[in-house]
Design a protein around this ligand. Structure first.
Ligand code: MG
Ligand code: MG
Length: 250
């Protein structure tokens, strides 16, 4: 069931989204060579709780962290660990959710650490830009296929591939709601968008093959070929005109 939010619910979504966005800034500040992903996660958790919110991911399906922190060939769902030390040249994906008074924000960014390769920077840039291509179609009357097609065609034209096994989604009182919002699709197909829907649009872009696999820990998703992957996500509210970026601080 697709849930349309009223103005009061959208206000809570804005607040949850803002806390989520600020938690990503906390992560950005913390990330440097030598820090463990567990230390970054601890700072994120402390910030979210200081805001009177709860980390949406903590315990979700049994996930042990407050954020998913995934490095280089890891696509998503990396588990924060004191044994995983960030180093110069890494690209680090941080995916965070905050639940505030019953509503969730969900957002992800990819941070380059120190001196990274030109290809890594281009991958990060194309991934972010593909999100902005997508939201041209994030308005009432468009369909999720329009969004997916926008992401995929932009990414492919830049020589990269989109992950197909994991997709964006509705977001609200539940972290994952209907509809699914794939990063591929056919224009004019899929669920129709209505004003008051809130969705997480989240391109996951690989430098090589689109294929991914799950590591033995049961969580960490990695590229099948070991090449880099980038992630960019915002929760957005659909309106009759431009969407509201709930997890972007203007
Ligand atoms: Mg996310
Ligand atoms: Mg998401």
């Amino acid at each position: 069931m697709i849930i349309i939010k009223n103005s009061e619910q959208l206000m809570l979504m804005r607040r949850a989204g803002r806390i989520t966005a600020e938690a990503l800034l906390v992560a950005k500040e913390a990330i440097r060579p030598g820090i463990s992903t567990k230390e970054v996660d601890t700072k994120i958790r402390a910030f979210i709780e200081k805001c009177g919110a709860v980390p949406s991911f903590l315990g979700y399906g049994g996930f042990p962290g407050s954020a998913c922190i995934s490095i280089n060939e890891q696509v998503i769902h990396g588990i924060p660990s004191s044994k995983v030390i960030i180093k110069d040249g890494d690209i680090v994906k941080v995916d965070v959710g905050a639940r505030y008074r019953g509503y969730n924000g969900d957002s992800a960014r990819t941070f380059p650490v120190g001196k990274v390769s030109d290809e890594a920077l281009r991958l990060i840039s194309v991934t972010e830009k593909s999100f902005y291509e997508a939201i041209k179609f994030a308005k009432a009357g468009c369909r999720v296929g329009d969004i997916g097609h926008a992401v995929e065609s932009f990414v492919i034209s830049n020589g990269f591939s989109v992950v197909r096994d994991y997709v964006g989604h509705g977001v609200g009182a539940e972290l994952h709601e209907e509809p699914e919002v794939p990063n591929f699709g056919r224009p004019g197909r899929g669920a129709r968008l209505y004003s008051g829907m809130t969705v997480a649009i989240e391109p996951m872009v690989n430098a090589g093959t689109a294929n991914v696999k799950v590591r033995g820990d049961g969580w960490t998703v990695v590229t099948e070929d070991g090449k880099l992957s980038a992630h960019y996500e915002n929760s957005v509210a659909i309106t009759d005109t431009d969407p509201i970026l709930l997890t972007e601080i203007g």
